[in-house]
Design a protein around this ligand. Structure first.
Ligand SMILES: O=P(O)(O)OC[C@H]1O[C@](O)(CO)[C@@H](O)[C@@H]1O
Length: 691
């Protein structure tokens, strides 16, 4: 990179395109300039001052790019979210300054940003001809995917990862990363491995919350950084085992009918306090479990009613798990209150059937203690919700369903060992992280579609959605730079999805990479039969998976395939551990904190504000209704009396919701024309006036 300085000097307005650039060929201005004013430019993952650290762009030199003045003036730390109208070389250009330049440093930095927004029509100027960034990235940086069957077979052999004991394979051959990319990622991976080592040794790996991150210790307590933690884990596991065994064996009985056993588990929790248990139940519960499980994982009253109704008389033999790390999550609290009401209505004593899984001294813990619930199990400060499946959160429900939690933990522990290996090619989690980085440009420019070809793995994509998106979807990196990072995850199962959205995956917008989850064993031994000569039902499923993988790749859609020999507690434990580690490593590669979730707070705060506003609206309406004669108020008046004129839309929605739910309030007028609405409360509550 001759002539490139390590740190870019601020460019001034006198900066001109270098002579090496050939003049721009004539072109249609609109074709050159189109991109929306709101085009969002992601922050880089790299030290843009050091293009050699940027893996995708080793060969790009002497390209000239239009650039915002903010980029020019702020050097490599680009901070604006949108562009304004400018022009390049006399052509009007939305979002670009009137200058072009070919400083390698800036070019790299700029490509870095525009490359990730390549789904939009953003154009760059090169020394040859104007090109779209698509072309720049895909043809020059991401070389075309290899389509030759034999060289693909060699690539498959070269990159195939196998864990013999776990019967697990990771095939990354259909992700098109190059050897140069792998080499350039190597130092980053070494850094990530080291960060992971520190994390496992007890470093404060979640600096924003000042917490250690210890989910790996849950399956290897001896690796926890001190004996106190070790004892906590072992004791908790011990108690889970004993309690579950006692419930299953009928030693602990439901109170109303001492002769009987608990027959059902009702698990109340949300997010990490539900998704893992739901996934594992679906994947591993036997057909006739000792206790059947159902979940309340929302504050939807109809959903809650349904669960309670379906329990029917069995409510009396239902063990209710209330799972919440914080012990204060509103949805979970609401679920608890609703279920407690149902118990009261049936004359049942909830406390005798209630079990809390939560942090010591949380609101939930204190409630359970004071009310004398049947049992309480700890959640640890150093285990995040989305990685808590191997704590009491996941182990207790699993054990109650007769799932072998020892094997489950063992599978995870074995995978942990494999994913500690600091060699990219020998570490399946590193291979996943490598592929994610390559496929999504390290900024989430493509979504991850998870396609398990197995009904029992249906919830894996939903589980991964939280694990990946809550961990990686972050606005700022660890150094406080705006990065708006993430990796979107969706998917259900194959081959079902082939009859839903795979049409678009194959032929539509190429904004994803796929992950196939393959299970080799179709049925337990001895149960298979040929539904047509030489072909079983499972052969079809297999054929569908392989066919889709090939068809996608033929159309340049990349994919990873993770294969397990069969669905067992061990393989499911291993899969969870594999993805937990992949997320951790990838987070290091992109320099973000994977273990906090500051964004979730905003939604919770707004929800609380809406409820507070609702209370004010009701107070205002009550006051108006207490007048003689009672006064009906327009939305404007309500907003004014609530001293919240800017909240008028929300007030309208609050009223519409309450009116639809037979609440005390009466709304007259046409709902479709909010300005016509007048609201009053039928009965004045005088006491409330003086509250
Ligand atoms: O276990 P808790 O504290 O009820 O939290 C439930 C979920 O809420 C979140 O905090 C935010 O959605 C998740 O991270 C967590 O898994």
């Amino acid at each position: 990179m001759a002539g490139r300085s390590a740190t870019p000097s601020p460019l001034t307005s006198s900066f001109t395109a270098p002579a090496s650039l050939s003049p721009l060929p004539p072109m249609e201005a609109p074709a050159f300039v189109k991109f929306p004013l709101t085009t969002r430019i992601r922050s880089p993952l790299h030290d843009c001052a050091s293009p050699s650290s940027y893996p995708f762009l080793p060969s790009i030199r002497n390209l000239s790019f239009s650039c915002t003045s903010s980029l020019i003036s702020s050097g490599h730390s680009f901070s604006h979210d949108s562009f304004s109208d400018r022009s390049v070389n006399g052509l009007p250009v939305s979002g670009c300054s009137s200058r072009s330049f070919s400083s390698d440093t800036f070019s790299y930095g700029f490509i870095n940003r525009l490359a990730v927004s390549r789904s939009r029509r953003v154009y760059a100027v090169s020394d040859k001809s104007p090109e779209t960034f698509d072309n720049v990235v895909l043809s020059k940086v991401k070389r075309p995917l290899d389509m030759d069957p034999l060289s693909l077979w060699n690539r498959y052999l070269d990159w195939l990862y196998q864990h013999k004991d776990l019967g697990l394979y990771v095939d990354v051959s259909r992700i098109g990363f190059t050897d140069e990319f792998v080499a350039q990622m190597e130092p980053r991976f070494q850094k990530a491995f080291k960060a992971m080592e520190d994390l496992e040794a007890g470093a404060i790996a979640n600096p924003d919350e000042g917490r250690m991150v210890g989910h790996y210790w849950l399956r290897a307590p001896h690796l926890s950084p001190n004996q106190y933690l070790q004892k906590q884990i072992v004791d908790s596991l011990d108690r889970v085992r004993r309690f579950a065994a006692d419930v299953v064996n009928g030693k602990i009985k439901p109170p109303p009918c001492p002769a009987e056993r608990f027959t059902q588990v009702l698990s109340i929790g949300i997010g990490g306090s539900a998704l893992g248990p739901e996934f594992v139940a679906e994947a591993l519960a036997p057909d006739n479990p000792p206790l059947k499980i159902r979940f309340i994982d929302n504050t939807d009253p109809a959903g809650i009613d349904r669960q309670i109704a379906q329990l029917g008389p069995e409510l009396s033999s239902t063990l209710v798990l209330v799972i919440s790390k914080s012990g204060g999550t509103p949805e979970t609290r609401n679920g608890l209150l609703e279920v407690q009401k149902a118990f009261r209505e049936k004359g049942l004593d909830f406390a005798k059937q209630g079990v809390a899984v939560t942090q010591e001294n949380s609101l939930l813990d204190n409630t359970a203690r004071m009310e004398g619930w049947l049992a309480r199990f700890p959640m640890f400060d150093w285990v995040g919700g989305r990685t808590s499946e191997m704590s009491a959160v996941g182990l207790l429900p699993a054990a109650l369903q007769g799932i072998n939690i020892r094997e489950f933990l063992q599978g995870a522990a074995e995978m942990d060992k494999a994913t500690r290996i600091p060699v990219m090619k020998e570490n399946p989690a590193a291979l996943l992280a490598l592929c994610w980085y390559w496929a999504s440009d390290g900024v989430g420019s493509k979504d991850m579609v998870v396609l398990p070809y197995k009904d029992s793995l249906l919830l894996f994509s939903r589980y991964l959605q939280q694990l990946v998106m809550e961990s990686l979807g972050k606005e700022y990196d660890l150094d406080g730079n705006l990065v708006t990072q993430g990796l979107s995850v969706y998917g259900n199962k194959g081959s079902t999805d082939q009859h839903a959205y795979i049409q678009q995956l194959r032929e539509g917008v190429p904004n994803f990479f796929a992950t196939f989850i393959e299970v080799l064993r179709d049925r337990p031994p001895g149960h298979d039969w040929e539904l047509e000569p030489k072909v079983t039902c499972g052969d079809y499923l297999f054929g569908m998976l392989q066919g889709t993988r090939s068809a996608l790749y033929a159309n340049k859609r990349e994919s990873i395939t993770v294969t397990v020999e069969e669905i067992t507690p061990k393989s499911i434990g291993a899969l969870i551990a594999l993805y937990e580690r992949a997320v951790g490593l990838y987070a290091s590669l992109i320099n973000i904190n994977a273990y906090h979730q500051p964004g979730v707070e905003a939604g919770k705060k707004s929800a609380a504000e809406v409820l507070a506003l609702q209370k004010r609206v009701l107070a205002v309406l009550n006051e108006a209704s207490c007048k003689e004669p009672a006064e009906a108020l327009t939305l404007e008046q309500i907003a004014q009396f609530c001293q919240a004129p800017s909240q008028i839309e929300m007030i309208y929605k609050i009223i519409a919701h309450m009116a639809a739910n037979d609440r005390a309030l009466i709304a007259e007028g046409d709902c479709g024309s909010p300005k016509s609405i007048k609201v009053f409360i039928g009965e004045c509550n005088v006491e409330e006036l003086y509250d």
